[in-house]
Design a protein around this ligand. Structure first.
Ligand code: ZN
Length: 221
């Protein structure tokens, strides 16, 4: 056998071993899927010339047309590869900041989560209702997040912006209080006491997606 043939055979054996590993190991298959999604994101991420923000002459209508065109493409792909419906057991409260992607955050790209998003992760009574409904629908873990470099947090300490956005700012000022209010709801309190619900608090490092879990006093109960 020539050296080339040996090399080709070696690559073939490696490839087969990789396929077998993935087929036999659900965790490896899961990680490979996440890796491929990241590869796709990497391919799109470097296309700065395709980035609306760098073209100041672009009109809102043109941006909408492009969005529609992209949706037509992705809708077509979804039509070809339908997803298995899954029942979420996790709900995530996150800021509306565009840099945060809940699927990426936890590496499960199957949209396996209920997601409530508000500026600054504020929790008005309406969002509390949404999370309580999620618990009634089978959610066992709620992850309440905030994140670094948050525009809503910056607004909350800016005198000018405080005046401009009073409704958001008052919710920001009461953020911790609203969480306590949610935890005291009878359904939530009972679910926690019975061991059917776990509530975690975490701060997301916006640059790395890493979750830094915070301990609150009620976590001890
Ligand atoms: Zn934010």
């Amino acid at each position: 056998m020539t050296k080339t043939k040996v090399a080709v055979a070696g690559i073939g054996v490696l490839f087969l071993a990789l396929v077998l590993l993935v087929l036999l190991n659900p965790r490896a298959e899961f990680m490979l899927g996440g890796g491929l999604v990241n590869l796709g994101i990497r391919l799109q991420d470097r296309l700065s010339s395709y980035d609306f923000v760098h073209d100041e002459s672009i009109t809102p209508e043109q941006i909408w047309e492009e969005l529609e065109r992209q949706n037509e493409l992705s809708g077509g792909v979804r039509g070809l590869f339908p997803r298995t419906p899954r029942h979420p057991v996790v709900a995530v409260l996150a800021c509306m900041d565009g840099r945060i992607d809940v699927s990426e955050l936890v590496g499960d790209t199957r949209h396996y989560y209920y997601v409530v998003r508000t500026a600054g992760s504020v929790l008005s009574p309406a969002e509390q209702d949404m999370l309580e409904l999620a618990v009634l629908n089978g959610v066992k873990v709620i992850v309440m997040t905030t994140h670094t470099d948050c525009a809503a947090e910056a607004a909350a300490v800016d005198p000018e912006l405080r005046k401009k956005f009073p409704a958001l700012i008052s919710l920001m000022d009461e953020r911790a209080l609203r969480v306590e209010e949610f935890m005291a709801r009878p359904t939530i309190r009972d679910a926690i006491a019975e061991g059917n619900l776990l509530i975690k608090h975490a701060r997301i490092d916006t640059t790395t997606d890493r979750l830094v879990v915070e301990v609150r006093h009620h976590d001890a109960h």
